[in-house]
Design a protein around this ligand. Sequence first.
Ligand code: GLN
Length: 489
Amino acid sequence: MHLNEQTITQLAPLLQARKLSSVELTRSVLERIRALEPRVRAYLSVMETQALHMAEEADRRFKRGENVTPLTGIPVALKDNLCTQGWPTTCASKILQNFVPPYDATVVARLKDAGAVFVGKTNLDEFAMGSSTENSAFQVTANPWDLERVPGGSSGGSAAAVAADECIAALGSDTGGSIRQPAGFCGVVGLKPTYGRVSRYGLVAFASSLDQIGPFGKTVADCALVMNCIAGRDPADSTSASVAVPDYASALRADVKGLRIGVPKEYFVEGLSREVETAVRGAVARLAELGAEAVEISLPHTPYAVATYYLCAPAEASSNLARYDGVHYGYRAADQDNIIDMYTRTRHDGFGTEVKRRIMLGTYALSAGYYDAYYLKALKVRTLIKRDFEQAFELCDVIATPTSPTPAFRAGEKTGDPIQMYLSDIFTISANLAGIPAISLPCGFAQNGGHPLPIGLQLIAPVFREDTLFRVAHTYEQATDFHKKKPTL
Ligand code: GLN
């Protein structure tokens, strides 16, 4: 196996025993990037020189035997909405094309402290609004399993980079499914942590009450190792929780005996592809064979989740995106007559269609006269959705669902129909509305000529029970080999 194809769990001991250098490993990743990027287009920028410097620094740590962590020397990719000091952070938007942050996001700083190597910034839907990366102002990322198909979104670049072995692990952000849906489409593992588990400081805000940063990995164990590094209270983010972080690596027991797996009946409905349903039901059956108990549960407010999310998220976005006025950051339109004209033209030219649609929807939902009917109503339904989960978790320890209703769709298939695009998030957005953690991992393949398409299994747990997710996901992964298959590129 090539170095760039391996996992953190495999590489860390080799690096620590100095049987392998981080420079060697980083070179193999950079070579892979050079070979595949013309076709995959996962990265908006590659940090070649910086990556090699960071790798040399990691090798010095190994030599001195100081400050060595499981992530030391490991090449990772960062979604381009995470601030990196001195390195462009574009959010895949023209409005931030030339923005270079003066500081690092807390997660970026933590990875740096751990000795990780940054290889580049990955593509996304503009400001993380989308489910396919087609809303990027700069490029569309291809799904490594079938280059005609989307990698999912909004963290499509991070998912594709991990799936194509163009990095070892990556970070993404998830507001309504942006880590789990692309992880599912690309056949990798992706976790959205509990709201407040990981600091959002330095994550460019989309919808602040829903946004969370989380890991992509080739295995469940790799996601646990990244979480050990990034989770925990940060004084710079007042919504980050003062709740002790367990050692997630020790949650990786291959054992689900006695755990109750809830299967919500509202998630197996019309529109769900037959192959996805078969794979997910098969996964639940497998977990039952491994000692868990499957129980049917109900999440009655599920039919309202998409509408609720597409009121709450745009409302928050309209407020968060007010700061892009041509004065504080990035792009400013030329030839303006007066300040209003400058704002208007800057925002007209700088934002793409989907971002403008969200700003308008959100502004409308918050406006006097409509606030009660839309935004306030959506907040109330959000509470009902949260309660559904609280009640369900009295009957089960973890909930199993499909990550998405279908495998990866074709590029261009949904771009003309925003509602169809929004509906692809139907199974992921409830976890954000409820603030609870959820993971997606491979559980099968759909037939697609010579290019089988990965299918994602989503597991959802109560607040701060990422350890349960890791335990169930790891047990399932150890009993199957879907995660070992690689796309033919
Ligand atoms: N696809 C959803 C949206 O367009 C979720 C995006 C996300 O999680 N950032 O809003």
